[in-house]
Write a protein that binds this ligand. Structure first.
Ligand code: NAP
Ligand code: MG
Length: 503
């Protein structure tokens, strides 16, 4: 993690009060109200205060943004710009976000309730890094010449698809947005970004920064609003060529339907997960494992798609490891995320908090044993906070082991050995990530082959890098984000056949 700011003495509560920010849509290079003039209230989960009235876009705004994006694409003001020049502009965009990182980090924390220390050290730096990484790639990607018959030169080049809709969730608003729009823009597309209704603010600010960086008008648009009124019209639009979606499996499936019922646009999906975290008895350092388990499930209030939410532990070390994890969970400081010593902040909104609490209730009713947490706390603030929660004695068929809770809730499940662990791990409709801790190389290699997941971690859980593709097996997604793989989501392969005559 990059530390960008040494913020020990800063008063972020005070800075948050003084923060000024834009709340309108960004279409064709300008901020504007929604066509209907409608707005929706954006709340902070810290204390449920209103952060502003945000433009509530609908189908008409989608049409406006798509036509601006299409126009810019047809004119070639971006796609025809020399790769080195496009790179320069994107690097400037990254630099401007970096310059504004403190304000953006405060806004992110206000909007979604995550600890300011994480917004400062993870979310905004990861956003900057992502844009830089794809910018650097633009002028280093070569096409291919196929080994065709000798009287033919057949080249394979990748071309931007055209207009790309990026539809994103609320857990890492600016970072998830950059993971989509950076490769799409780098490839020469025009983009329409639809942030989640719970977290529109940082995405909106990016419009101005994109302008300042020199991204031509129409190439980068931001439409705040609801899934039904912005997401669906984007997904069904006949003039949108690709959708990059991150969110739930349910809504991901809607986008496949929208595509099938409209123009067969390309759809890439990063969806939900219920990832298994296996610990075998030969693991030497259980304190290290307990720390990684807790860091992983409680980071970002557990609102992480690839959180290791099912801890599958060999029976002989089960009690000891669960005890260690519970001990860490009890000490985690849950509080106002604008305070620097807060380790876990607020859940994104009231609906999500109640959904998590209802899973906790279901877990108890289905016979799991609540070891730690389980309750709403800090209710007097008006905000939405839940204690780090650990369940013991979970059976893999219980709802808390099968359904994505997307909150700070860990289900611990005993197993009898490697084979049993893999069986339990794979008994899920998801396949985003999986991990195994063991000191036996053969067990590690065997498990890494048998686990049905897009990312398998051996003796770690939280490693992640832009150079490594990320995505899911089964109902966790389609396509891969990050790395050069992401270009495939936003480009089409073109083959050009040149016949050599007079041979
Ligand atoms: P979500 O409800 O699926 O929403 C994702 C996006 O889709 C939002 O912008 C949402 O808009 C929009 N949307 C909702 N209903 C729609 C509809 N009927 N038609 C078109 N668009 C629609 O997901 P979320 O609650 O924001 O985020 C949590 C989910 O994201 C979890 O399942 C998590 O696992 C997943 N996630 C996956 C990854 C990954 O990389 N695999 C990363 C992060 C999160 P509204 O906000 O207006 O509903
Ligand atoms: Mg919000």
């Amino acid at each position: 993690m990059d530390k960008i700011i040494n913020s020990q003495e800063k008063d972020y509560k005070k800075q948050a009060k003084e923060l000024k920010y834009e709340t309108r849509a960004f279409i064709a290079g300008q901020y504007c109200d929604s066509a209907s003039g409608d707005t929706f209230s954006c709340h902070s989960p810290i204390d449920n205060r209103t952060l502003g009235k945000v433009a509530s876009c609908d189908k008409e705004d989608v049409n406006r943004a798509v036509s601006a994006a299409r126009h810019s694409f047809e004119l070639g003001v971006w796609r025809k710009v020399a790769p080195m020049e496009r790179k320069k502009i994107l690097l400037r965009f990254a630099e401007l976000i970096e310059k504004n990182s403190e304000a953006l980090a405060i806004l992110e924390t206000l909007d979604v309730g995550k600890p300011i220390i994480d917004s400062l050290n993870f979310d905004i730096p990861s956003t900057v890094k992502t844009i830089r990484w794809y910018a650097e790639g633009v002028d280093k990607l070569y096409g291919e010449v196929a080994p065709a018959p000798t009287d033919i030169i057949a080249t394979v080049s990748r071309e931007p698809v055209g207009v790309v809709g990026c539809v994103i969730p609320w857990n890492f608003p600016s970072y998830m947005a950059a993971v989509k729009f950076a490769p799409a823009l780098a490839a020469g597309n025009s983009v329409i970004l639809k942030p989640a209704e719970q977290s529109p603010l940082t995405a909106i600010q990016m419009g101005k920064l994109a302008n300042e960086a020199g991204i031509p008008e129409g190439v980068f648009n931001v439409l705040p609003g609801f899934g039904k009124s912005v997401g669906e019209p984007l997904g069904r639009h006949m003039d949108v060529d690709a959708i990059g979606f991150t969110g739930s499996t349910l809504v991901g499936k809607y986008f496949l339907r929208y595509s099938a019922e409209s123009n067969m646009k390309k759809v890439s999906l990063e969806a939900g997960g219920k990832s298994p975290h296996i610990v075998l008895a030969d693991t030497p350092d259980l304190d290290l494992v307990a720390t990684e388990v807790a860091d992983n499930i409680f980071f970002n209030q557990g609102e992480i798609c690839d959180a290791g939410s099912r801890l599958i532990v060999e029976r002989s070390i089960f009690d000891e490891l669960v005890y260690k994890v519970c001990k860490i969970a009890k000490k985690i400081k849950v509080g106002n995320p604008l305070l620097l010593n807060t380790e876990m902040g607020a859940i994104v909104d009231k609906t999500q908090m109640h959904s998590i609490l209802s899973y906790i209730d279901k877990g108890e009713k289905e016979g799991a044993k609540l070891c730690v947490g389980g309750k709403q706390v800090n209710g007097e603030t008006g905000g939405f906070y839940i204690e780090p929660t650990v369940f013991d004695n979970v059976h893999n068929r219980m709802s808390i082991a099968q359904e994505e809770i997307f909150g700070p809730v860990l289900a611990t499940i005993p197993c009898s050995g490697t084979e049993d662990a893999i069986r339990i791990a794979n008994d899920t409709r998801y396949g985003l990530a999986a991990a195994i801790w063991t000191s036996d190389i053969n067990k590690a290699l065997w498990a890494s082959k048998e686990l049905r997941a897009g990312s398998v971690f051996v003796n770690n859980y939280s490693d992640s890098d832009l150079t490594v593709p990320f995505g899911g097996f089964k109902q966790s997604g389609l396509g891969r984000d990050k790395s050069l793989s992401a270009f495939h989501n936003y480009t089409d392969a073109k083959t050009t056949w040149i016949k050599i005559r007079n041979q």
